[in-house]
Design a protein around this ligand. Structure first.
Ligand SMILES: NC(=O)c1ccc[n+]([C@@H]2O[C@H](COP(=O)([O-])OP(=O)(O)OC[C@H]3O[C@@H](n4cnc5c(N)ncnc54)[C@H](O)[C@@H]3O)[C@@H](O)[C@H]2O)c1
Ligand SMILES: [Zn+2]
Ligand SMILES: [Zn+2]
Length: 361
């Protein structure tokens, strides 16, 4: 018996975001259905809605969620009904060339549900990042459910499902930030602010927040930025060098993902330093750098998908740090909204008014 729930769908590029009735099948083998309690609004949902990710419309948006498992299919051992879980988009396969070399955080064959959620007329929906959680229930692969302490409020726990994990992991996992490092983060929305929190948690000595919006720089201080730079008025490369004895930062994280910020990151890192690209570029974007500079400056240019996280390792640990008051995940939640307020939340995100709007279901 499939269930009918309300969910948020976009049918065509830049088309309206509408609430529709979604048909959620009962979980089959290896699948689970989750009663979604909270789902954050991520910039990537907007990328989907604008056709910037792929053209597999219609999309069922939402992918940054926590909730309670309501049913599991045959053979599911990872979770059981009643478990409080964060949904992840990295259900590792255990068998691909990355997994078999002991690097499951790079798994190249991650699992999603086998069955599809559909509209009432049978139209198959593409769930954002294989999740689709702007809906009262979501059908996912059981491995996409990561059990965490139920003491954490769902609107906080769900943030680890995407943007906040991507930012924390960009600093800690991909950037390898460690005690005494200097770090600069360009773009201090939800992802960048989390990168700042991650650098702080890892013991970075200097943490420079860069944004074009002073409100974001204020928030960045709350998450541990030691210095702030408004790059709308100041050259960020000069400013970062100035704050690091003329050298540049050990790790520079681009949490915007456009050619201009990538170039700033490239030139504001120290020799042998690391650039981490965690912001998602659009398909038409190009960069043009002197190859001699790429060579001559040494170090590493890395990309960070989902903060190179391993959900089973990172989610429970980060929730525990939150419950111990050592990681301020609560401050990422700017507002709690209803499903019908998602278009307005996209506007507030673009206007820079919020870090995270979280839909409560
Ligand atoms: N790699 C991943 O796994 C992953 C996961 C989630 C999100 N993302 C991506 O990360 C990016 C940021 O997401 P978000 O949710 O934090 O978005 P957001 O809209 O909340 O934040 C973007 C921030 O960048 C700032 N900004 C914009 N242009 C700038 C510029 N030229 N220089 C400096 N700052 C600038 C804005 O003022 C804002 O504070 C998006 O591209 C999103 O798709 C990546
Ligand atoms: Zn794998
Ligand atoms: Zn996301």
């Amino acid at each position: 018996m499939a269930t009918h729930v309300q969910g948020v769908v976009v049918r065509e590029p830049r088309g309206p975001v509408s609430i529709e009735t979604i048909v959620v099948p009962d979980p089959g083998p290896g699948e689970a259905v989750v009663d979604v309690a909270a789902c954050g609004v991520c910039h990537t949902d907007l990328h989907y809605a604008e056709g910037g990710i792929n053209d597999e419309f219609p999309f069922l948006l939402g992918h940054e969620a926590a909730g309670t498992v309501s049913a599991v299919g045959d053979g599911v051992t990872e979770v059981q009904p009643g478990d409080f879980v964060v949904l992840n988009w990295r259900a590792v396969c255990g068998q691909c060339r990355a997994c078999s070399r002991g690097r499951p955080q790079y798994c190249f064959a991650t699992h999603n549900a086998t069955q599809a959620m559909t509209l009432r007329d049978g139209t198959v929906l593409t769930p954002a990042l294989g999740i689709g959680a702007f809906a009262e229930k979501a059908l996912v692969a059981a491995g996409q459910c990561t059990k965490v302490s139920a003491e954490a409020p769902p609107e906080v726990a769900g943030l680890l499902g995407c943007g906040v994990m991507a930012g924390l992991g960009a600093a800690i996992n991909t950037g390898g930030v460690t005690r005494g490092d200097s770090v600069a983060v360009i773009g201090c929305g939800g992802v960048g602010a989390a990168a700042i929190a991650g650098a702080n948690l890892a013991g970075a000595h200097t943490i420079i927040a860069v944004d074009i919006d002073d409100r974001k720089l204020e928030t960045a201080r709350r998450f541990g930025a030691t210095h702030v730079v408004n790059s709308a008025t100041v050259d960020p490369v000069e400013a970062i060098r100035g704050l690091t004895h003329g050298n540049g930062a050990d790790v520079v994280i681009d949490a915007v993902g456009i050619p201009a910020t990538f170039e700033q990151a490239f030139y504001s890192r120290d020799l042998a330093g690391t650039v981490v690209l965690v912001g998602v570029p659009r398909p038409d974007m190009r960069i043009d750098l002197p190859l001699l500079d790429v060579f001559g400056r040494g170090g590493a240019l890395k990309s960070s998908w989902y903060g190179d996280c391993l959900p089973s390792r990172d989610f429970p640990m980060l929730i525990d740090l939150y419950l111990q008051d050592r990681l301020d995940l609560g401050s990422f939640v700017s507002e709690r909204i209803g499903l019908d307020e998602i278009p307005a939340a996209f506007q507030r995100m673009q206007a820079g008014d919020v870090l995270r709007s979280v839909v409560m279901l």
